[in-house]
Design a protein around this ligand. Structure first.
Ligand code: ATP
Length: 235
């Protein structure tokens, strides 16, 4: 579904922070990127979305997208849930979802089915549809961010730290929701600080160190790997 080859990227200051990243997300898979702070995980997602300049090849469903602009990439079926959630605080839950469906609304298409999908996954958002974004709890804002990504009808969703800032009892619930999204046919590539939970739920994992892929394994194998346990799973 997604094949990234030799991806390198630099920020405005010109310092290269990704060096020849190779990774793949198989159709229907849930893939996780783990690594220390500053290793380049967020940058990898941003580069795939063309939110920054990069070199290398990115093939999505057989099509080279590395020269495409972000809106085109979104139209092709990749949507990103950014760290910090990117919810509009001054818009209601309903309007946050509607705005995310602008491409379909502007073509005169109904978004009722999309709204149903989001509200059946996150019933609390249906209850709070008239509330403003800022009035939601952190967990509800994260659900709304995922809901907004679903409204874009993605085939692949990129998620940056979906469990960040959630109360510990909500983290597992969030992963269960992501599993449901995945079971509905959306492939997932996620970056997570909560490496243990991410490896429990995903099928395949990449370890990013200093801007390169240092390891690539089945998630279950990484959970058993002593050096991974020591570095990322608290021993
Ligand atoms: P974290 O979990 O801390 O977000 P990460 O693995 O996602 O870590 P990135 O945010 O991708 O790491 O950062 C990779 C490198 O790029 C780091 O050295 C970071 O300092 C640098 N970096 C990140 N954002 C910028 C920016 N806007 N301008 C310049 N350098 C940046």
């Amino acid at each position: 579904m997604l094949e990234v080859r030799n991806l390198s990227a630099a920020y405005q200051d010109g310092v290269e922070v990704l060096h020849n990243i190779d990774l793949a997300v198989p159709e229907g898979a849930m893939v996780t990127l783990i690594g220390a702070n500053g290793a380049g995980k967020t940058t990898t997602l941003r580069a795939i979305m063309k939110l920054m300049r990069s070199r290398g090849s990115i093939v999505f469903r057989g099509e080279e997208i590395s020269r495409r602009e972000t809106p085109e990439i979104a139209q092709l079926g990749i949507s990103m849930v950014p760290e910090g959630r990117g919810v509009f605080p001054g818009l209601s839950v309903y309007d946050n979802l509607r705005v995310a469906a602008t491409p379909w609304l502007s073509r005169g298409q109904s978004i009722d089915g999309d709204l149903d999908r989001v509200f059946s996954l996150f019933p609390i958002l249906a209850e709070r549809r008239k509330q403003l974004g800022w009035a939601l709890s952190g967990g509800q804002q994260q659900m709304l961010a995922i809901g907004r990504a679903i409204m874009a009808r993605p085939k692949l969703m990129l998620l940056d730290e979906p469990s960040l800032g959630l109360a510990p009892n909500l983290v597992e619930e969030m992963f269960e929701k992501l599993k449901s999204v995945n079971e509905q046919g959306v492939s997932l590539l996620l970056v997570e600080q909560n490496a243990f939970m991410a490896l429990e739920y995903s099928t395949l994992a990449y370890v990013i160190e200093r801007g390169t892929v240092s390891s690539q394994k089945a998630s279950s194998a990484l959970l058993e790997d002593n050096s991974i346990k020591a570095a990322y799973l608290g021993g």
